[in-house]
Design a protein around this ligand. Structure first.
Ligand SMILES: [Zn+2]
Length: 389
């Protein structure tokens, strides 16, 4: 068994919505257009010269993009860095085999041309080209047409408070569906976790998204129904393939992702609140293990991959860190086949998806609850082992 304890700084991204006047919006749009044309030029240069390192690329491209596109020094540097990052991602994907084997059509296509950026692709801003006036709820932001002052922004009270207290580093300027946003990074120091009195085990699944060792099950029924509805609509729209259908499709996809994120937030919050209230830590299965462990028929697999376990785990992780609740990750093997009473492991302990019934001691329980109890006790053992010294 192995364990991993959470780190001590929590990084989050907070989104605020900008409320630019029509003139301000036009200046922002012209700016994104310019930086992305510049990025495409740098990407082509990098591709031509097979030069993908920030430092080298700056030598080749910096003066040209500054002069040709009217960019400020920082903006030019961000453009070059953005291109390097895009190539690094591409190369990692190629190395990881995510675009197929060498020689496969998809891979050949990806390797044959420079990376490219949409006219309104997001652009990073640092503190020299973007400043925040939290009291007035405005930002001052560099554009190709000069510095825009007093651009209003809005967001949830919780986010605005976090932003004012903990914002650090870069923010991305993002345009989506004709709306403008800033994605700002914040760093929240976590409360040192108190020594937990026992662990709340959490089993992540499909029929039930999250089941705790206390026996609380969060059903995925409503969610899965929404997903199926969306998928049916998606298929109809895809068949149409018109421009407006494509646009609608894109909007639906975002709506679905937002819905999933909202649900994950709610579930994560309930779990963390319960652990905090009872002085326990939280034990989760190793997230990497989940996809490997679950082998399913195809229709279900779509749901699983669409559903973001990773996101739910991440939400639990940072909410727990902020509340000073310890989180421990445990080895996920056989949590569903092991008896949480006597420890007996047998595939036949699971006569069907929902039932656990021990062939050795006769203990019976809902299968997910039994698994969550195993996760909880592995968390306890793991904590004891890692804190023995
Ligand atoms: Zn048993």
């Amino acid at each position: 068994m192995w364990t991993l304890i959470v780190c001590s700084i929590v990084k989050l991204v907070v989104q605020v919505k900008l409320l630019p006047t029509p003139q301000q919006a036009a200046a922002l749009e012209a700016t994104l257009d310019a930086v992305n044309r510049a990025a495409n030029l740098v990407a082509a240069l990098a591709f031509q010269r097979r030069c993908f390192r920030n430092f080298d690329l700056r030598r080749h491209a910096y003066d040209q993009v500054k002069a040709e596109f009217g960019l400020a020094a920082q903006a030019a540097q961000h453009v070059i860095k953005k291109v390097c990052d895009a190539y690094r991602t591409l190369h990692a994907n190629l190395a990881g085999g995510n675009l197929g084997r060498p020689g496969s059509p998809r891979r050949v296509k990806a390797e044959a041309k420079p990376v490219s950026f949409r006219p309104l692709a997001a652009q990073p801003y640092d503190d020299r080209c973007l400043s925040w006036q939290h009291e007035a709820r405005t930002v001052s932001i560099w554009t190709t047409g000069g510095r825009l002052k007093g651009v209003a922004f809005t967001g949830s009270e919780e986010h605005l408070a976090l932003l004012a207290a903990h914002r650090r580093g870069e923010s991305d300027l993002v345009c989506r569906d004709g709306m403008w946003f800033l994605h700002a990074t914040i760093e929240v120091p976590d409360v040192p976790a108190a020594a937990p009195e026992g662990f709340l085990g959490v089993d992540l699944g499909i029929a039930d998204i999250a089941t705790t060792s206390d026996g609380v099950r969060r059903s995925g029924k409503g969610l899965n129904a929404v997903r199926h509805r969306h998928r049916a609509l998606r298929r109809r729209l895809q068949a149409k393939a018109t421009k407006s259908a494509k646009r609608l499709l894109k909007r639906r996809r975002r709506k679905e992702a937002r819905f999933a994120a909202d649900t994950n937030h709610v579930i994560a919050k309930q779990i963390v609140t319960e652990a905090e209230r009872t002085g326990r830590g939280i034990a989760l299965e190793d997230l990497q293990g989940i996809r490997e462990r679950v082998r399913l028929r195809k229709p279900q697999r779509v749901t699983l991959h669409g559903w973001s376990f990773h996101q739910l785990g991440g939400f639990i992780d940072y909410k727990a860190a902020r509340a000073g609740v310890a989180v421990i990750y445990v080895d996920p093997s056989y949590t569903s086949q092991q008896c949480s009473q006597c420890g007996h492991v047998d595939r036949r302990n699971r006569p069907d998806q929902a039932t656990f019934s021990c062939t050795s001691c006769g203990f019976a329980e809902h299968a997910d609850v039994n698994a969550a109890r195993n996760i909880a006790s592995r968390g306890e053992t793991g904590w004891a082992v890692s804190h023995a010294a």
